[in-house]
Write a protein that binds this ligand. Structure first.
Ligand SMILES: *Cc1c(COP(=O)(O)O)cnc(C)c1O
Length: 243
């Protein structure tokens, strides 16, 4: 069954509200990044008419073309892996980078912000599962990166981000979100580096992430529909079974 953007957004807001209620959190602590990768500017503009202002992209090239064609009041976050040689472009395009996954990248971003005279917010992506295929730093690298970040005047290190391994079993996923929160608490308690933000949770698991403390959820397909159907014509259009 086709649903409208308004209906999908209502459903997402409901899911956020119920997750907050379950753990006694204030709804306003949870921020939404609408992940618009693969979806055209017209859809972004439509979503923005319902009050969504923060959009996420995972590739610099795609974002560059898209952002220029979207309403100017929107804020853009990078949620995907960034190559150091594109740090300069990323700083021009985005206000927040969720996916800083190496000290080298943080240094490149710092240089780019110095040159651009622009501040950006950053989260450090941590590979809490230790899965080899994932981007993200190892936990033990974190104190060094926190320390280094104090040298970078235009980088505002605000939090941690993770993408857990995909699992049907919600309790497996929960363990990784809880781990990221514990690590955020260690930043404050053990390394004297308080961080506010936890970027965790996507379409299929953001309620669990909220229950475990997420302050930014990154939601794509639940809002925009599946990315398969967003591709140009060559595929026949399949009714979206997710809704
Ligand atoms: C695509 C993407 C999302 C959104 O995923 P959905 O499952 O479509 O909600 C969130 N975070 C990152 C890093 C992504 O690349």
């Amino acid at each position: 069954m086709e649903t409208t953007i308004q209906e999908r957004l209502d459903t997402i807001n409901d899911r956020i509200q119920r997750a907050c209620d379950r753990v006694g959190r204030d709804y306003r602590e949870v921020n939404l990044v609408a992940v618009s990768k693969t979806h055209p500017p017209a859809i972004v503009s439509e979503v923005s008419t319902y009050g969504v202002t923060v959009f996420g992209e995972s590739k610099v090239q795609e974002a560059k073309a898209k952002i220029a064609m979207c309403p100017g009041h929107l804020t853009w976050h990078l949620v995907g892996h960034l190559q150091t040689n594109k740090a300069h472009h990323a700083v021009q395009l985005f206000d927040m980078i969720h996916s800083v996954d190496s000290l080298k990248l943080l240094e490149s971003l710092a240089q780019a912000t110095d040159r651009a005279g622009k501040n950006i917010a950053a989260c450090i992506e941590v590979n809490v599962s230790g899965e080899g295929s994932k981007y993200g730093i190892k936990e033990e690298e974190l104190p060094g990166i926190l320390e280094a970040s104090t040298q970078f005047p235009h980088i505002d290190l605000v939090g941690l981000m993770t993408i857990p391994p995909w699992s049907e079993e919600t309790d497996k996923t929960r363990r990784y979100f809880a781990k990221l929160r514990a690590l955020r608490d260690r930043c404050r308690d053990d390394w004297n580096f308080p961080l506010d933000e936890l970027s965790m949770g996507m379409s299929h698991d953001f309620e669990i992430a909220i229950e475990e403390g997420a302050t930014w959820i990154r939601v794509g397909s639940s809002l925009f529909g599946s990315r398969e159907t967003a591709r140009p014509r060559e595929e026949k259009s399949v009714p979206n079974s997710k809704f």
